[in-house]
Design a protein around this ligand. Structure first.
Ligand code: ADP
Ligand code: MG
Length: 260
């Protein structure tokens, strides 16, 4: 199973929107997809219509070893897309785990203990911090997708994220690679958006996906209906962009022989 963390310690840059809609686009392309909601805010769970009352086996229980991945994963209304939900409890996990051994490898172990074959790909929606939760996601993942919002401070904080990635590579997960940087909330009527996109490409080169996610109100409306934008309005520019991003992402994945 391919494991991708969607990470950026800044809040509000489009991590969850990207995780939900990319997961849906991949599922629509025939992939069996698991989305792990790893943010105590639980926005990915809410955005996929999972009621809080039904989240009794969430990523918190998974992390603390109180359930297995097979027990935590539940079906969504999107065919081929399952989710491990998140609740506020997860915010306490960072402190509770301090006493556990191998506390940086809890998510990795939970995923690795799962028999292979149920899913082709797993996306982990990270919280807006570089704490133990995000470290667990970076240890569990083989690749990283970084959403960057097209705004003035887009690159601010990126060096911190890159430092964290280097640390995780050096100590725990040497194979961790950056699959790509996705520009989000691009507003073509705003010249700043264009400027930021150019600057980010000049700075990060080929790491940046060609596909740009536009600012699109349908993307922000969909979660309140408990469905991905790709179901809420599959023809809106945001949905089309996420389908294109999924195609580009698939093209960047290592071929099965290399991944083995
Ligand atoms: P994060 O997970 O990084 O905190 P979100 O995906 O939750 O970011 O996005 C933050 C807010 O911006 C949410 O209200 C979301 O609906 C909205 N949003 C995200 N991407 C877009 C977009 N491309 N166009 C319009 N609104 C967006
Ligand atoms: Mg989020």
């Amino acid at each position: 199973m391919i494991r991708i963390a969607v990470a950026n310690q800044k809040g509000g840059v489009g991590k969850t929107t990207t995780a939900i809609n990319l997961a849906t686009a991949l599922a629509a392309s025939g992939w069996k997809v698991l989305l792990i909601d790893f943010d105590p805010q639980g926005n990915a769970s809410t955005g996929l219509g999972v009621e809080r009352a039904t989240r009794d086996r969430s990523s918190y229980e998974l992390l603390l070893g109180e359930c297995t991945l097979a027990e935590a994963a539940i079906a969504t209304r999107v065919p081929r897309l399952d989710i491990v939900t998140a609740t506020q409890d997860l915010s306490g996990a960072e402190i509770e785990l301090v006493e556990h051994e191998r506390r940086t490898h809890r998510l990795d172990a939970a995923i690795s203990n799962m028999p292979v074959g149920r899913w082709d790909i797993c996306l982990i929606d990270c919280p807006p911090s570089l704490g133990l939760l995000t470290i667990n996601a970076l240890v569990a993942a083989r690749m990283l997708l970084v959403p960057l919002q097209c705004e003035f401070f887009a690159l601010e904080g990126l060096s911190q994220l890159l430092q964290t990635i280097e640390r995780v590579r050096g100590r725990f997960n040497p194979g961790l690679s950056i699959l790509g940087v996705a520009l989000t909330m691009y507003d073509r009527r705003n010249r700043l958006s264009e400027q930021v996109a150019q600057d980010v490409r000049a700075c990060l080169g080929d790491a940046v996906f060609e596909t740009v996610i536009p600012r699109n109100v349908r993307l922000s409306e969909a979660p309140s209906h408990g469905v991905p934008a790709l179901i809420y309005d599959h023809r809106c520019p945001g949905s089309e962009a996420y389908m294109a991003l999924a195609r580009e992402l698939i093209g960047r994945l290592p071929k099965p022989a290399e991944a083995a």
